[in-house]
Each structure stands twice: as C-alpha cells, then as structure tokens.
Design a protein around this ligand. Structure first.
Ligand SMILES: *[C@@H]1O[C@H](CO)[C@@H](O)[C@H](O)[C@H]1NC(C)=O
Ligand SMILES: *[C@@H]1O[C@H](CO)[C@@H](O)[C@H](O)[C@H]1NC(C)=O
Length: 519
C-alpha cells in the first residue's frame, strides 16, 4: 500500500504542456479573483477560499463538513443500490453556503471550484470513487442552494499522494517567501525548501535531492555543469570550472546555471499515525499468540512500551498494557519503518521508508499538520528544557532526548489530570507517546536526518497562514493559467520566445499539471 512517484521537472513536460494547448477545465478565462478548494479528507471535508490580489494570494476563510465523502462509499450488496445524489451532496452544502457569503455575488458564476479527495477515497475502488464524484456533482448542481455554477465534473477527483506532497511544498515555499505568486524563485540563488506532511492514514515527503550525491541522476548533474559555452574553452579551464560547479553543488547553494533537477515526492499510504499504530499493535498480538507454548494458557495481556503506564487498551481480543518505556518503543517502531509488511527487514536505516528507497535528504524542510501538533505536545508534555528553547527548529537529538519524559508519565495520577495541550484532544492524548516516538524515529531512521540536524521547522501557521496543500494547489493552477495567458499574447509561431516567458519554477509543474489536470 505504498505509492511512489517522482515529479520530473523539466524536459518533456514543457512540450506536452505546449502541445496540449488548453486546460481541460473551462475556468481558465475566469474573471473571479477567488478560488475554492475542498480538501476531501478521511474524517471530513474542508472548504478553503483564496483570493488573488495584485501579486499575492490571501486566505478568505475555511469551512468544515464533519463527515467524509468516502463514508457514502458502497460495499457488498449495497453496490446494487443507486447512490442518492441529493443526499451525497447535502453534507457539503453548508460549506458552499458559507463560501457564497464570503465571495461577492458577481463572482459566484466564475469562481473555479476544485474538490480533491485524499487518503480516505484512495482506499476505495476506482469505480466507486467515480460513482461518488458523479453523485456529488449531480447533487450539487441540482441544488437551489448551490451558487458556484463554474464547478466542472472533472475538477472533482482523487488527488494522488505525490500531488498532495508537491502542493504542500509549493505552499511551504510560498509562505516562506522562497517563491512568488507565479512560482518564480524570488532570489536567483534560492534553494526550494522541502515539505513533510503527516496525516492519520498517509504521510508525504517532498524535496529537491542533492544531485551531487551522484545516485539520483548523474547525467543531469554533469550536463548541468557542462554548459555549451564552457566546452569552447581550453581543457584546463573546463577542469577548473567543473570543480567550481561541483563545489557549489556539494554545498547547499544551487548554482544559477544548474539545470534539470527533479523533486523527490512520495506518499506512504500506510504510514499515517493511525495506520502505523494499528500495524504495530497487530504485529505484537500476532507475535504474542505465536510465542505461547503448548502447555501455557494465553492470559491475553501484551506489554505496550509505547503506551503510558497505567493505561491499557483492547486490541484483537487482547489487552495492551502500557509500560511507558521510550527506549523499547523506539526499538519496536524501528522494526516497521523500512518495510510495511516485513518487520526487521535488513534495509540500511535512513535509506528506506515503506519499502521505498529515497535519495539522501537535503536542504531545509517545513513539517506541517501532525508533525507540528504531535511534536508540539512532546515539547509541552515532556517538560524538556532544551526542546522548549530550540522550538520550532529543534535538533533530532533534542527531540529524542525529550521522549522518555513524555512516555514515562503515569496516566491516572498524572497525565490524564495534568496533560493539557492546546492541540491535543482527550481521545488523542493516550497515543501521544507512540506518535511522538514514531515521528522522531521516522525522521532519523527512516528519512535519515542526522542527530544534530536543525533543518526542519515544525509549523502550523506562517505569519498567520495555515500551511496546507490547498494553497499550493491554487498557486500552481493560477501560475499555470497566468503563464498560458502570457503565451497566448505572444506571437504563436515563435516558440523560442515562448519558452523564455515560462516562469522558472513553473516549469517544475508542467508535467505534473499535465498528468493531473490537463489530460
Ligand atoms: C434522497 O435523499 C433525500 C435527502 O436526504 C431525500 O429527501 C430523498 O427522499 C431521497 N431520495 C430517494 C429516492 O431515496
Ligand atoms: C523568435 O524570437 C527571438 C527573440 O525575440 C528572435 O531572436 C528570433 O529571431 C525569432 N524567431 C523567429 C523564427 O521569428
């Protein structure tokens, strides 16, 4: 259950985009500065409103339906019963009523609307996904309360895990000021920051790997160092220039003539915190049952080092009894990180997650959603001083050192009474030890961040703006639309000229957009 993808950034992508010529959706000519993106998650849907003003984009509000679209999915005998479109659409209507109040009336008919579903829908059958989208579309357009007539059926779809990760990175880079609203780098020597995202079902990573590691794309690396004009120089000068180029690439700076890098973007579908927890519990119970000797009886109690002392939980007919031992919990969690179905697989730590080999992590990262909420609870509930001081950019070692302080807290006499944390609800609190251990271990032993690395900033808001993929998606679509408008205004026959007008980072997106929206 692992999806892998690489987002290739240059090359063919551009020609495909040019050949395609137009967006599949008809909202390209929209005059509305507003965009609506609905994030169809596994526990509910969230509608986001964005407005483009001059050279920036602003969030104008969000509204949540606390019911997931995937819950309408039919199985077994129910598949024979038709879906009730009115009913499917009904749960989302209040969010659109909210949007209709926020967005001035004159823009209702031209505002682009995207419903993009993530992990919850990815788990359903393809045909059932499409049936639900058909029903949602029909139910919405037939409703007298639905004002956004620009909604296109093809803009209701399942977002791939790679796209989710990529848009997260676009949002992070925009909010950090690395790229502008057209996705151009703001400084010529800027290196894009990577993004880490964690949900209940899946987790995403996206970053620009160092090409000097040689393992990913050595051809691109050498091409990027050997530009055409360089080849006309004396051999000794070429040698010197190559050395400079190599030096620049081994450091964090990307030289301005570097061409052809590609992002590494992967989504691990069974590595969200809930899925990971269930797999670990199931593994323990299975091993417990296998290890019972023929003349022993099963008392049904399994020690759980990742649960607070005094807290127990029922799982598969067994009682998982908390011992709050961070060290043992780390050892157990490590077993399932390199491969989802082969515990203790002998992959080298720091090179594989979920059976997928990844390039060496590189550059600065923004870690969002559960990375922030969970590790912020570690900061508050562990009482670890060094972590408190270095937050929101702690070293991996500081995070590690804080784990025992959290995991060892007694449940009844202490944590259940004193464990107050702004972003932790009562039903999540019992799992914060395992979640914290899992995230920190994933960063070090899965993705290979070194113990002294401070490259990750944990964040929920940047200047009051939420970092989430919906923002990255509207930025990407808007930038592609803008680039297309510019191209149309130019002489159609001159492709050299056209190419020069395409935004720099925008080029990263063309293949991506082609695959996801333009086909
Ligand atoms: C479909 O759902 C709507 C709203 O829940 C309900 O009023 C209607 O009777 C349903 N239609 C059918 C054919 O069941
Ligand atoms: C295309 O545009 C470029 C730059 O403006 C110019 O140098 C070139 O001669 C043009 N080519 C054609 C075929 O018109």
């Amino acid at each position: 259950m692992v999806c892998v993808g690489r987002v290739f950034l240059f090359g063919v992508a551009l020609s495909i985009f040019l050949a395609t010529g137009s967006f599949a959706s008809s909202n390209v000519e929209t005059e509305s500065p507003f965009w609506i993106v609905i994030d169809g998650g596994s526990t509910g849907s969230r509608l986001h409103i964005f407005e483009f003003i001059d050279d920036r984009v602003e969030r104008r509000g969000s509204s949540r339906a606390n019911f997931p679209l995937s819950a309408f999915g039919r199985t077994g005998e129910d598949l024979l019963k038709p879906l009730n479109a009115t009913k499917v659409a009904e749960h989302l209507l209040p969010t659109f009523v909210f949007a209709a109040e926020k967005i001035p009336k004159q823009y209702h008919a031209s505002t682009p609307v995207y419903y993009q579903a993530t992990a919850g829908m990815r788990l359903l059958d393809d045909t059932e996904q499409e049936a639900l989208y058909d029903a949602l579309y029909q139910g919405l357009v037939e409703s007298p309360d639905f004002m956004f007539s620009n909604l296109q059926r093809e803009n209701i779809a399942t977002l791939s895990g790679e796209a989710e990760g990529f848009y997260g990175a676009v949002a992070a880079n925009y909010l950090q000021g690395t790229i502008d609203v057209d996705l151009n780098f703001i400084a010529t020597d800027a290196a894009p920051i990577g993004a880490l995202d964690m949900g209940g079902s899946s987790t995403q990573i996206v970053f620009l790997p160092s090409l000097s590691s040689g393992s990913s794309t050595p051809d691109n690396y050498w091409r990027s160092c050997v530009s055409d004009d360089l080849m006309t120089h004396e051999p000794i000068l070429i040698e010197a220039a190559l050395q400079d180029c190599h030096k620049a690439q081994s450091s964090n700076e990307l030289p301005s003539r570097l061409n052809g890098p590609d992002f590494f973007a992967t989504s691990y579908l069974s590595y969200g915190v809930e899925k990971f927890r269930e797999r670990l519990w199931t593994l323990w119970v299975k091993e417990h049952v296998e290890n019972i000797k023929p003349n022993e009886c099963d008392l049904g109690v399994v020690e759980n080092p990742c649960l607070f002392p005094g807290y127990s939980i029922e799982w598969m007919g067994h009682t998982l009894k908390g011992t709050g031992d961070a060290g043992k919990c780390i050892e157990q969690v490590k077993r399932l990180i390199p491969h989802p179905h082969q515990p203790d697989h002998d992959h080298k730590l720091g090179t594989h997650v979920g059976g997928v080999e990844h390039p060496q992590v590189q550059g600065k990262f923004l870690a969002m959603s559960l990375y922030f909420f969970t590790l912020d609870s570690l900061r508050v509930l562990s009482g670890h001083e060094a972590l408190e001081l270095s937050w929101p950019s702690p070293s991996i070692a500081e995070l590690y050192d804080a784990l025992p302080g959290l995991c060892s807290r007694e449940w009844h006499t202490d944590l259940s009474i004193n464990g107050k944390h702004e972003f932790t609800s009562d039903d999540v609190l019992p799992h914060r030890c395992l979640e914290s251990v899992y995230l920190v271990t994933l960063l070090r032993d899965g993705f290979g961040f070194s113990m002294d690395s401070r490259d990750i900033t944990f964040t929920f808001l940047v200047d009051g703006n939420e970092v989430e993929w919906g923002l990255g998606m509207v930025l990407s679509l808007h930038a592609a639309q803008h680039a297309r408008h510019e191209m149309e205004q130019e002489d159609d026959s001159n492709s050299t000229h056209r190419r020069a007008t395409i935004p720099k980072v925008g080029q990263y997106l063309w293949e991506f957009l082609t695959e996801n929206f333009l086909s």
